[in-house]
Design a protein around this ligand. Structure first.
Ligand SMILES: [Ca+2]
Ligand SMILES: [Ca+2]
Length: 334
């Protein structure tokens, strides 16, 4: 028995030595790498509290306070802020400010109109992309043109950090290869005091669904054009987790805008299940409120999920007669 104990003891010591050896040689190397990736080389400038994170070949910039900079009625702030932005968003920008999702390109604004991405993209590879997602300011890089989302084969680019855009079922944003400030005006979430639940209840009732106290999933105060009058974006939703249709499921995204002193409601997406055998349920989210055309006015990115797919659409508020109009989009799913 003693002999066995001695042998086992010997084996244990040998294993311990081997373990220590590995920890000190290869192991410590790996540990250093991991620490660098996780801990990140972080620099903070106190000017506008910008955090720069370097991971491999991609650079991510995060400004925690970036969503609220505009005071109502302040019309001179745009020029000021775009000056600040050009400092913080150095990069290799595409010839056209192409807007992409992780699984395909949406298109771009060419200076006079929107171009839906079809077969040829204005990229060579290695371009920088700002992430246009709520509560996030970051820059990543994109590859050259390729086909994504088999078997749909959307034309697009692979982003180094596409996970920053979001994930199914949303909210899901977009990325844009443009240097300008994406949020030149106010974009902030706030809590409902019952006003928007009541309004959502009325809108659902108009469509034949009686929900006395609907769920408010997202509520944002934004000033799309920076005129000092805020618009309100509301997502009301109650759906089953897997997005299989159940009677009474609803999801709706709408915007309140004051036009000539009156509140106008524009619905950007809606789905209600009255009959699960025929009705499809979609889950809407506001993925981002960002200027994607470079005119200083913000567009609304709406993401739409269904049980096996996800899409994004860019709505531009054209004018008070036309309202918000879907300009470019991309989707992936079967
Ligand atoms: Ca406004
Ligand atoms: Ca715009």
């Amino acid at each position: 028995v003693n002999r066995t104990i001695w042998i086992l003891g010997g084996v244990f010591v040998v294993l311990l030595v081997v373990l220590i050896f590995f920890l000190n040689s290869d192991g410590s190397g790996d540990l250093t790498t991991t620490t660098l990736l996780a801990g990140e080389s972080t620099t903070t400038s106190d000017a506008d509290s910008t955090t720069t994170t370097t991971t491999g070949d991609a650079t991510t910039t995060t400004s925690p306070g970036e969503t609220t900079t505009t005071t109502p009625g302040d019309t001179t702030s745009t020029a000021q802020e775009s000056t600040t932005t050009s400092e913080t968003t150095d990069g290799e920008w595409a010839d056209e400010a192409i807007v992409v999702a992780g699984w395909g390109a949406l298109g771009w604004f060419d200076g006079s109109s929107w171009v839906q991405a079809e077969d040829s993209l204005p990229v060579v590879g290695g371009e920088s992309y700002q992430i246009a997602a709520l509560d996030l300011s970051a820059v990543t890089t994109g590859g050259s043109q390729e086909l994504l989302c088999e078997p749909l084969d959307n034309v697009g680019v692979q982003l180094a950090h596409e996970e920053l855009l979001g994930e199914w079922p949303g909210p899901y944003g977009v990325a844009i290869s443009a240097p300008w400030s994406l949020t030149p005006h106010i974009v902030e979430a706030f809590s409902d005091d019952g006003t928007y639940a009541d309004l959502a209840s009325d809108l659902l009732a108009e469509r034949g669904l009686d929900v006395p106290n609907p769920v408010i999933k997202q509520l944002l105060r934004v000033d799309l054009e920076g005129d000092g009058v805020n618009e309100i974006l509301v997502v009301t939703e109650d759906v089953s987790p897997g997005l299989t249709p159940v009677v009474g499921d609803y999801s709706m995204v709408f915007m309140n805008k004051v036009i000539e002193g009156e509140v106008q409601v524009a619905v950007l997406g809606e789905a209600i299940v009255f009959d699960p055998d025929f009705d499809f349920i979609l889950s809407f989210s506001v993925g981002s409120v960002s200027d994607l055309s470079g005119d200083g006015k913000m567009e609304v990115v709406v993401s739409t999920a269904y049980y096996e797919g996800l899409g994004v659409e860019v709505f531009e508020y054209v004018n008070d007669d036309i309202g918000p109009l879907s300009q470019i989009s991309a989707g992936c799913g079967s």
